[in-house]
Design a protein around this ligand. Structure first.
Ligand code: AMP
Length: 471
């Protein structure tokens, strides 16, 4: 099994939110994190500043369970940043929940990071050799140490120096006593948007957070931009020469909320509907009903139904009071999860030929259980499974939680073998060409999960590529 790239704790799929210049900074950050809960459900934290000192509250759990009025009152001030954390097995620990706060020569700072630093191990090893003592196993802490270790009295120089040393994906918020700094990696892998609310600047992973607090979207933080927000207003530093961009295609397919507009204003719901329309254009099959795997398959199923003229309905009902089962760190819970999460509507499905739409197949576990559920519990006659993205063949090293290549079913199996495994009557995936045709300026996107073309190099990449070639 390939061991590269090894990071201590991959910071996947987190949600970040920041606000500068509002008397209700912590309360609004709480709401922002609430809207971004889908990006991470293991733990959350908020750090605020009253201009003199930083205040931090963080815990394991969901945003609404962690924060109450009493706790939010312990977060005074007009600036705040917040973080929703997602983690994989073995790394669920409070010490890894962000923001990470540290004191250094120039004062205090807190950071909230969404993304994954692919060179974290090497950087950490050399920092430790220089005497740095790490509090957590998180790759993000490397950033704090790099800033602290960097020489010079000018904080912005230290930040510039730091982000030139790190590699990977990073949408990053830094809070200091009197300012907020928003940074996006030069490839722009993870989304990050700037908005305004009552004259206060807000920054969030997705625009759905702006909608909840009534903020107006201004623009995206540009790839490679360092945006300083303080009493002088906005100041933008462009640190990197423009390289190729690598927006994460999987944000559009699965990860972001459909009501968000990301990567320069692409509406996620509309994109997903279009994926479904394209899927219908590519693969037509006679059937009685199109049903989505809720919630992620809903927009694509609507699109598929529109183009195929096969009626759409909700044949699987989702219990909304449990978390995303995939996110459960323990394997046994995940397996049980599909059943507690979804239930078929027998009256609707009995005897029908179904087109079932989901956004992706990772290990194949979910699809297999769903097909079984629709046939046995729902009484469906035929199941034609259609996936609104191409086969997921390569692990993501830039912040989407994917298992090892070996566990990615499409990496090791042909489509017909997957069909047999999930016991569907037919199985088709959206083609990569079809996907690229739909996404505007698709050359600006990272599609490594579908084609193994990794835009940001990382340790062990060549081994990975060899495995890809000879798989
Ligand atoms: P699997 O059972 O491993 O094939 O997982 C497939 C299901 O997980 C699909 O229904 C997807 O909507 C969902 N999914 C795909 N990628 C992810 C991810 N990175 N995190 C959480 N859920 C995911």
């Amino acid at each position: 099994m390939l061991k590269y790239p090894m990071v201590y704790d991959i910071h996947e799929e987190c949600g970040i939110f920041g606000i500068y210049g509002h008397p209700e900074a912590a309360n609004l950050t709480y709401l922002g994190l609430y809207a971004l809960q889908h990006r991470g459900q293991e733990g959350a934290g908020i750090c605020s500043s009253d201009g003199r000192q930083l205040f931090l509250e963080k815990s394991m759990g969901l945003v609404a369970d962690i924060f109450n009025e009493k706790r939010l009152r312990r977060l005074p001030g007009y600036i705040a940043i917040g973080h929703n954390r997602y983690s994989t097995a073995g790394s669920s620990a409070l010490k890894n929940v962000q923001p990470i706060v540290a004191n250094f020569a120039l004062g205090s700072l807190a950071i909230a990071h969404n993304g994954n630093l692919v060179t974290a191990i090497d950087l950490r090893t050399s920092l430790e050799a220089e005497g740095a003592i790490f509090q957590s196993s998180s790759d993000s802490e490397v950033i704090v140490h790099l800033i602290a270790h960097s020489k010079g009295d000018d904080f912005y120089e230290r930040v510039t120096h730091t982000i030139k040393q790190i590699s990977g994906s990073f949408s990053l918020l830094i809070l200091r006593e009197k300012e907020l700094i928003a940074i996006r990696d030069p490839f722009g892998v993870r989304p990050l948007s700037l908005g305004v609310k009552d004259g206060a600047y807000v920054v969030a992973s997705e625009t759905c957070a702006f909608d909840l607090i009534g903020a107006t979207y201004i623009r995206d933080i540009e790839p490679g931009e360092v945006l300083i927000i303080n009493e002088n207003g906005l100041k933008s530093l462009k640190i990197f020469n423009s390289q190729r961009k690598a927006f994460c295609i999987f944000e559009l397919i699965y990860f972001s909320r459909p009501d968000s507009n990301i990567f320069g204003g692409l509406n996620v719901n509309e994109m997903r509907k279009e994926f479904g329309r394209q899927l219908a254009r590519e693969f037509h099959i006679e059937a009685d009903l199109v049903i989505p795997v809720p919630d992620s398959g809903v927009p694509a199923a609507i699109g598929y139904s529109e183009v195929s003229h096969i009626p759409f309905d909700f044949g699987l009902i989702r219990n909304h009071y449990i978390g995303r089962t995939f996110i459960e760190p323990r394997e046994n819970i995940r397996h049980f999860g599909v059943k507690i999460k979804l239930n078929p509507v027998k009256k609707l499905l009995e005897g029908k030929r179904l087109i079932v739409i989901d956004d992706s197949i990772v290990r194949g576990t979910t699809s297999k259980k769903i097909v079984k559920m629709l046939k046995e519990g729902g009484g469906a006659k035929e199941i034609h499974l259609k996936i609104s993205s191409p086969p997921n063949i390569s692990p993501c090293y830039y912040g989407i939680d994917t298992p090892t290549r070996r566990e990615l079913i499409a990496s090791t199996h042909l489509i017909e073998e997957i069909r047999k495994y999930v016991t569907a009557d037919s199985l088709s995936y959206l083609s990569l060409e079809g996907l690229k045709k739909i996404v505007p300026n698709s050359h600006n996107f990272c599609t490594a999960c579908f084609d193994g073309d990794y835009p940001i190099s990382f340790p062990g990449e060549h081994l990975n590529q060899m495995e890809f070639l000879f798989r």
